[in-house]
Design a protein. Structure first.
Length: 440
């Protein structure tokens, strides 16, 4: 949640090499479950990470009745329910529909929208993006072409603070100081300036233009970066579509930023906390809903923001103490702010190790607090992966800790100017600090 766990994105010089998929998108949802080693998995899209209390209670009920009892946060502010038994899909869908979490079954996997989690709660954003979020989600669910988007396609709504710029979303809308909005695609190329009122429509138009470009290419790209079409060519194509839909726009240089989640603690009219390894137990979820006033906001950094307008400082302090007591990170300085991991064993058949247990062992041994060396890569986030796929890894600079085929782990630094092919072995998680000193 701190900058250490969410650093600036590596900026490519152009769009990534075009990719043509030879199969359909198998990204899980709530109507299409994924068979994992610990049971079926459902991924529930939560646009902007915003949950009402009743929706939060419905999710808790779903995992307690049908899943493993925990809720697993993703790097897009969504929720996964794991450990589902065979044949429970219809009951799960019924529960989620009743809670308003499935407004359109045809669009349930494409409602991938992240939004600045502190928007409207402190003084750092240029506008509150909640109206954008509601309008975009409604328009997305009403668009028949949008059903063809991949479950990996991502929209980002940034309130102007630049906290989402490093997430490499496919379509990013960012509030600008002149009261308008900047529309950008992927992580390269120029941007388009539109009015704030037109921003949600422009975001959907950009996604539909991506689908047209994909069909024209003859590819099966899932993300903007996978198109054969160059970044500026795609931006020009989006501009033509905006013109056709009567949305005024002009080209401009893209604004840069970082991928920075809110620090834990009391911030403005909100409480912010980090969830170690993104796994929320039933007691933690109950305490969160007890402290919430109307809603919860899940963040792309596996954290939770609770809006608390009008709450006294004493009550906020008491709430943070209760949240800390159930194992959530409620203040700076915790080594958990640097640590992330994929699900690993026993949940994933492809994983070579129980990465969460090993990450915890390294933290318990004090290896994380003392890790990082003294070079310019000191303090980078550490992400533990059970294989080379590195599922759920943070964007931008980081240290990869990847389980090796021969046993143990291999460490590498992902950062500009650093040779990613250079690795250092790690046989014992408690020796992480020494390995990191060597690699950095």
């Amino acid at each position: 949640m701190l900058a250490a766990m969410s650093s600036a994105a590596l900026r490519p010089s152009s769009q990534a090499t075009a990719v043509s998929r030879d199969r359909g998108d198998a990204c899980p949802g709530t109507l299409r479950l994924h068979a994992a080693d610990d049971g079926a998995l459902a991924r529930v899209r939560i646009p902007g990470g915003v949950l009402t209390l009743s929706q939060a209670e419905a999710l808790a009920d779903a995992t307690q009745r049908l899943g493993d009892g925990d809720l697993h946060l993703t790097s897009r502010g969504n929720v996964q329910v794991r450990g589902l038994a065979d044949g429970c899909g219809a009951e799960l869908a019924e529960l989620l529909t009743a809670a308003g979490l499935l407004p359109s079954r045809g669009h349930e996997r494409v409602r991938n929208i992240v939004a600045s989690p502190l928007s409207g709660l402190d003084n750092h954003g240029l506008l509150d993006v909640r109206p954008w979020l509601s309008a975009l989600d409604t328009a997305l669910c009403a668009s028949e072409p949008a059903q063809a988007l991949s479950g990996r396609f991502l929209f980002a709504l940034d309130d102007g603070r630049g906290d989402l710029a490093g997430l490499e979303a496919d379509v990013t809308v960012r509030a600008t100081a002149d009261g308008g909005a900047q529309l950008a695609l992927g992580s390269a190329g120029r941007a388009l300036h539109v009015s704030a009122q037109d921003a949600p429509r422009a975001a959907l138009a950009a996604a539909e233009a991506f689908l047209e470009a994909e069909r024209a290419d003859g590819t099966r790209a899932w993300r903007v970066a996978e198109l054969a079409l160059g970044a500026d060519e795609l931006t020009e194509s989006v501009g033509h579509r905006l013109t056709a839909e009567g949305i005024g726009h002009e080209r401009q240089a893209r604004e840069t930023g970082r991928s920075d989640g809110p620090s834990p603690g009391a911030i403005g009219d909100a409480l912010s906390m980090h969830v170690p390894l993104g796994r929320l137990s039933a007691p933690q979820w109950r305490e969160l809903t007890r402290a919430a006033l109307g809603e919860l906001r899940l963040t792309p950094w596996r954290g939770v923001v609770l809006p608390t307008p009008g709450t006294t400082a004493v009550r906020r302090t008491e709430a943070l103490a209760r949240l800390d007591a159930v194992g959530l990170v409620t203040g700076p300085g915790s080594p958990w702010l640097r640590v992330g991991a994929c699900i690993g064993r026993p949940g994933c058949a492809k994983s070579r190790a129980d990465v969460r247990a090993d990450a915890t062992a390294a933290l318990d041994a004090g290896a994380v607090l003392n890790a990082g060396g003294s070079g310019r890569h000191q303090g980078l986030p550490l992400y533990w992966s059970g294989c080379e796929r590195r599922c759920g890894h943070p964007r931008g600079e980081r240290i990869d800790v990847v389980a090796a085929p021969e046993g143990g782990y291999r460490l590498s630094v992902v950062a500009p100017g650093h040779d990613e092919a250079r690795t250092v072995p790690l046989d014992d998680p408690s020796r992480l600090a020494a390995a990191l000193a060597e690699i950095t």
